[in-house]
Design a protein around this ligand. Structure first.
Ligand code: AMP
Length: 127
């Protein structure tokens, strides 16, 4: 089944400038902004500007340029926030929720970057 993109999702509205955001970084293909309900001292969302629903959609259908740009932005944010373990930082976590089991709330692909405190184990037992 093809990926169906809902252009009324909240991140599409952010990309169109219809609602504000706290931008951390912007490039030709990628926007990074602060999560409105941060779960850690650093909580940044990285989104492609293209209409992709999930990580697999982006990985399979985005152009090489979009994928490289997105990936570099992730690295630049981790560096800017001083979270790189190899460079004296104490780490971070990236998460991308997809679909129903992944409990994805916003159907525009986004990568959460979380850090600034110990983050605990990756998953809690299913409730
Ligand atoms: P997910 O469950 O991965 O789809 O998470 C969506 C994330 O988007 C949540 O962490 C929300 O806090 C965040 N969010 C929703 N609306 C906004 C907004 N207007 N600006 C920034 N972050 C938002």
């Amino acid at each position: 089944m093809p990926y169906a993109y809902d252009d009324q999702n909240i991140f599409a509205k952010i990309l169109r400038g219809e609602i504000p955001n706290k931008t951390v970084m912007e490039t030709d293909h990628t926007l990074a902004f602060e999560d409105i309900q941060p779960q850690a001292p650093h909580h940044v969302l990285v989104i492609p500007k293209g209409a992709y629903v999930t990580a697999d959609h982006f990985a399979l259908e985005a152009s090489d340029a979009e994928i490289v740009d997105f990936t570099r932005v992730v690295g630049q944010i981790c560096r800017a926030l001083g979270m790189q373990p190899g460079e004296g930082g104490v780490g971070y976590r990236t998460i991308s929720n997809a679909g129903e089991d992944g409990v994805q709330e916003v159907p525009h692909y986004h990568l959460h970057i979380l850090g600034g405190r110990p983050l605990g184990r990756m998953l809690q037992p299913a409730g």
